[in-house]
Design a protein around this ligand. Structure first.
Ligand code: GSH
Length: 218
């Protein structure tokens, strides 16, 4: 199977980028140059009508499948490569936990990042005060969600406890996005240690080198 990840450095494509290395499968990267608005180009919109990053393209003898939405990409990748053990087996209690946290990261945390980073889109054009209020409210919501991750990681090194899974790249990515906020996730003891554990993984080191992340990394 040919796998191509359409990505932009430090964007939501970071989660599948790390995961693909964790799975140990060959894949190609296709830069979606946001500086040139490539994510809103007709070619990219044909793949992902939302004009958002990431998009994953899978090609095999049956043809091509185009996937978007980080959580959907994660689920398809872990299910296509069960031998890599990046998710508990379907039907187990642990798999239920995996679903819960995956949905939570995607639906109960990530959207506030959109409100924070694109607060101007949530108000009428030119309403700078309104945008600042949206940004502040989103930051408070994010902080309360990061507190939940902190509580979770107090129970074990990874999101599922003792076991590393595809949840960890996702949690890492979202916590990393707080690095410019008033209370960066790295300042919390358990999340801070988790971010450092993640940075030590060969998968992360490959992603950092390829995407050329600037300092500070988290
Ligand atoms: N729910 C989507 C969100 C993706 C998303 O918001 N991606 C951002 C980059 S981190 C993006 O493409 N932003 C461009 C834009 O909003 O125009 C997912 O998880 O795939």
């Amino acid at each position: 199977m040919d796998i191509t990840l359409h990505y932009y450095p430090s964007n939501a494509s970071v989660t599948p980028h790390i995961l693909l290395h964790e799975l140990g499968v060959p894949f190609a990267l296709q830069l979606v140059d946001r500086r040139a608005q490539a994510h809103k180009s007709p070619e990219y919109l044909r793949l992902n009508p939302n004009g958002l990053i990431p998009t994953l393209v899978l090609r095999d003898a049956q043809g091509e499948q185009v996937l978007y939405e980080t959580a959907a990409i994660v689920l398809q990748l872990v299910d296509l490569h069960p031998q890599a053990g990046q998710a508990p087996l379907p039907g187990t209690r642990e798999r239920g936990e995996f679903y819960k946290w995956l949905a939570w990261l995607s639906c109960s945390l990530q959207p506030y990042m959109t409100h924070y980073f694109y607060s101007d889109r949530m108000v009428a054009p030119g309403n700078a005060d309104g945008a600042a209020q949206v940004r502040a409210a989103a930051e408070a919501m994010i902080a309360s969600r990061v507190d939940q991750i902190e509580a979770r990681l107090a129970q074990g090194p990874w999101m599922l406890g003792e076991r590393f899974s595809a949840l960890d790249p996702y949690a890492f990515m979202l916590c990393r996005w707080t690095r410019g906020m008033t209370r960066p996730a790295r300042t919390l003891p358990h999340v801070g240690a988790f971010l450092q554990r993640m940075l030590e993984r060969p998968s992360l080191q490959k992603v950092i080198a390829t995407e050329q992340w600037p300092q500070p990394l988290v």
